[in-house]
Design a protein around this ligand. Structure first.
Ligand code: ATP
Ligand code: MG
Length: 200
């Protein structure tokens, strides 16, 4: 189904408005309407978890910014460049992504794809470098005692990753202790189909 990812994020921001206010955290959404094929319930769950996590791990006075943009490998960070090789091969239609082939949700099979990048950036406590590889593991929670009050199950990011990959996309994280965390969700978008969908 056709969804506007920016509109979907606007609705999530409306849903979280009270919590932003209550916690004294500034929320910001930037970007523009972007149309893609996907499952809006699942993508909503992905971003509710990412924004919910950011809220839990950011203290008053902090900021959470979400940005929707076309992914531009050349102007991205070093980490994005590292994964960029794989993604541009994928965009050219060279199949090197095992789970992609059988994927029912995989949009635009065989067409040349571009990527949307949705970043969820917070100015929170950050994730220790040695934990970064594990945050997408099922039931993994950084420092159980630190997070006891927040009472999560540690499944949110594992599910988020599964859902994003089911869309033919991927999710990445970078973080710096005491400075903040940035989750990037990459989703394939067919720009020609997008133009058609907008003009209809
Ligand atoms: P659930 O989402 O299932 O309710 P959870 O939030 O603990 O529980 P995940 O969403 O999978 O589980 O996150 C895993 C762990 O990664 C969290 O417990 C937390 O330690 C860490 N984490 C996730 N997002 C952030 C963030 N924005 N800043 C700091 N740490 C984070
Ligand atoms: Mg969570």
């Amino acid at each position: 189904r056709t969804i506007d990812i920016y509109r979907l994020l606007e609705r999530i921001f409306e849903q979280f408005a009270f919590e932003f206010e209550e916690r004294g955290i500034q929320g910001e959404l930037r970007g523009e309407s972007r149309i893609l094929q996907g499952d809006s319930d699942r993508l909503t769950q992905v971003f509710v978890n990412l924004i919910g996590n950011a809220l839990l791990h950011t203290s008053a006075g902090g900021k959470i910014s979400v940005r929707v943009a076309l992914w531009e490998p050349n102007v991205s960070t070093a980490v994005e460049k590292k994964i960029g090789g794989r993604k541009s091969r994928l965009a050219k239609g060279e199949e090197d992504y095992e789970s992609l082939e059988d994927n029912e949700l995989r949009p635009n099979k065989g067409k040349s794809l571009d990527w949307l990048q949705v970043t969820v950036n917070d100015t929170g406590e950050g994730i220790p470098p040695e934990e970064l590889d594990h945050v997408f593991d099922r039931f993994y929670r950084v420092d159980q005692s630190r997070d006891r009050e927040t009472g999560g199950t540690g499944l949110g990011l594992a599910i988020a990753k599964e859902f994003v990959q089911a869309h033919g996309g991927d999710i990445e994280v970078t973080s710096e202790l005491a400075r903040g965390t940035c989750f990037s969700v990459f989703l394939p978008v067919d720009l020609q189909a997008e133009r058609r969908d907008i003009s209809e």
